[in-house]
Write a new protein. Structure first.
Length: 319
């Protein structure tokens, strides 16, 4: 009979591998679509696609490195060797926290920007930044998270059991309370809940006064509202897990096999944010679906150029 820990790890590997595949494909498509949208000069849609473009790039890095390596190091008997410490501990956790926080921050900024730019109040619409201002904000976000995560690469080392662990007790508490509970859990939940509620109210108003611009606003707002809801729901188990780590670390108790199963489920739910974004956008937004279909239609035409030449030749002969 398979024990709980073995089942949990097999579940992590199978589901995680599927998530990595679909997440990589989805974020590559996100990057293509939002790159095209970010080049638009439409003032009602220009800022949010720029934020979502950076968000998708960061999500892609989270999937192809920290998520893939998690599938390796989370198995029960796996022990990290000294020559693996940099890329499985120090650099992995640095990349995970840097890119994931960039992604969450850009998603929050995109949600705030959509609330401001689609507001009926002029003073709120004027708070939305210009394209240049948006790029400066993104540059600041990247710099601040990149610098803030440097101590992670310094303090992460290999524990006596062969696992990644922070050796400094002081920084360990800072890491748990600031990175895990505040930055990855509470602050995104609070921000996305507040502005997601405001966007939900705006969606009701947009249904009443429908026109072309209102339809664009409605689609963008719906897209960000659904993505915000997904982030909130997936962050709750992760937050509970981190609070449990704080309590149990203080009591110095062993983690049970049942909690390892919860850890696997919470981790997979946490990684659904970078994985599921494309599919949420595709389901919720008509314009997004149109651009994806155009992309594949163009590829089909490019794959069969001789077919077009054949049709042209037949038409010429018939004349």
């Amino acid at each position: 009979m398979v024990d709980i820990e073995t089942f949990a790890y097999r579940f992590l590997v199978v589901v995680g591998a599927v998530m990595c595949l679909f997440g990589t494909i989805g974020n590559l498509l996100n990057i293509y679509i939002f790159f095209k949208w970010s080049k638009s000069h439409n003032q009602r849609t220009s800022n949010s696609p720029v934020y979502l473009l950076i968000c998708s790039i960061a999500n892609l890095f989270v999937i192809i490195y920290p998520f893939v390596t998690r599938l390796i190091i989370d198995q029960e008997n796996f022990q990290i060797q000294t020559n693996q410490m940099f890329h499985l501990c120090k650099f992995r956790y640095y990349c995970f926290h840097t890119f994931d926080l960039i992604s969450l921050t850009c998603l929050c900024m995109a949600t705030i920007d959509r609330y401001l730019i689609s507001s009926r109040e002029v003073r709120l619409r004027q708070l939305s930044t210009t394209r240049r201002g948006t790029k400066l904000i993104i540059l600041f976000i990247i710099c601040i998270h990149s610098l803030h995560s440097i101590p992670i690469a310094i303090f992460y080392n290999i524990s006596p059991t062969g696992k990644c662990a922070i050796q400094s007790l002081v920084y360990h508490y800072y890491y748990l309370y600031v990175f895990q509970i505040c930055l990855h859990s509470l602050l995104p939940i609070i921000c996305l809940t507040i502005f997601g509620y405001f966007i939900f109210r705006q969606l009701k108003n947009l249904r009443i006064r429908m026109n072309r611009n209102s339809n664009i606003d409605q689609q963008m707002n719906r897209m960000l509202l659904l993505m915000s809801s997904a982030v909130i729901l997936s962050a709750i188990p992760y937050s509970i897990e981190q609070l449990y780590y704080v309590i149990m670390y203080q009591n110095d108790e062993e983690f049970s096999p049942g909690f390892y199963l919860f850890h696997v489920i919470a981790s997979l739910l946490f990684y659904t944010n970078p994985v599921s974004s494309f599919y949420i956008y595709y389901i919720s937004t008509t314009n997004f679906r149109i651009h994806v279909r155009r992309l594949f239609q163009c590829k089909q035409i490019a794959l069969h150029p001789d077919e077009n030449q054949r049709i042209h030749t037949i038409q010429t002969r018939s004349k």
